[in-house]
Design a protein around this ligand. Sequence first.
Ligand code: GDP
Ligand code: MG
Length: 436
Amino acid sequence: DSITGSLKGIIGKIRHQDDVASLNRATSELKKAFLKADVHHKTTKDLLNSIEIETKKLGIGQNNFIKVLKQELERVLTANGNQGFVFASTPPTVILMTGLQGSGKTTTTGKLANYLKVRNKKVMVVACDLQRLAAVEQLRQIANQIDVEIYFDENEKNPIKIAKAAVEKAKKEHFDVVLVDTAGRLAIDEELMDELKDIKNGINPNEIFYVADSMTGHDATKTAITFKEKIGIDGVVLSKYDGDTKGGVALSIASQVEVPLRFIGIGEKMPDLEVFIPDRIVSRLLGLGDIAGLAEKTSTIFDEKKAKEVSKKIKKGEFNFNDFLEQLSMMSKLGSLKSIIGMIPGLSSAMPALKDMDFENSVEIKRIKALISSMTPKERENPDLLNPSRKKRISSGAGLSEVQVNKILKQFKSASKMAKQLSSKGGMKGLHNMLS
Ligand code: GDP
Ligand code: MG
């Protein structure tokens, strides 16, 4: 239910140049798609207004409409500044993590710690959620898993004291970053707000992050506004962006809360965190996939150099079966399948069933692997070599029918073509070709 599904239909409504009625039809469809994707009604209204105005300025047409749509979505998402992590001028950078219970604070604290650790930062996480017994243990396990320092004090019942002592220790021991995990509540409550205010006053954090559960749709926006008013927030991390979220919540938060979106959580595992990059979110919102994001995601876990090579190859249209095989084996090791599927252009909308697929044991993947392993090294490097007689040989080698072989080859070809179009400078043209 993202904006994706309807986009083709929406753009198809624009038939004639300078036909205002067709533009109106398209914007009214777009409005429905926005609201369905959980974009706030006010955000929707503002967006549609500017899309209409800007498209008319450029001249009504499908290309201009797509260009303006993309540009306006990006404008909203970048309006509030910084993405990613901002380091204080003198370490340690102290971040206070806030949010409702279950929003993903503790997980996000771990993910951020991991994100910083793989970038060679000395990171401490601090257990200040004393509301629930299991909370400290949860953070302890996470800290162990990613091998970062945790500060906690079983004998201390006052989270403010814990936070202060942790920051002191971090200063003495030259930590780069301190991430303070706090307690949440099921709903906004004064006691919680007071506790957070006290911790804030006690440690004077460089930034306060609000972790918003994107699955809660409009509520995420409302609660973020309250947190901003009551304690002041400097950045939002959108968690659970991998789930059945409708995506529009990113637009709503950016435009209604007016605080920069910093990171998105795209799975339960530690590597499932990404810097919030607006054009990627727009691509995903519009169902265009995100090959660059995929390459980057693999790079944090695997070989950064290799990932760069891969994205370079994609851009040049040289992505071959060897690369594909390598990506496949990486993928099976990556965090969560759903998040990966969303990054591959066209795949999430073309094959929704894939989302629930068991990656390593899937028949499709096994077939692809069988097919590639029956190719010669030269064929793997240059898929264009595959003439009918070679295909025949491969099909018998792989135990697949020729129809199956052709199908897979065709999928591969269109996937790499899409990837090239999307990652090259002619991104807009690529988009248009894809949709038409
Ligand atoms: P807290 O109460 O705010 O500390 O929330 P937790 O960090 O304990 O997270 C609550 C639940 O949400 C846990 O089951 C997490 O695994 C899950 N979770 C957190 N972030 C994400 C995410 O980005 N994607 C998914 N799918 N699950 C997440
Ligand atoms: Mg927690």
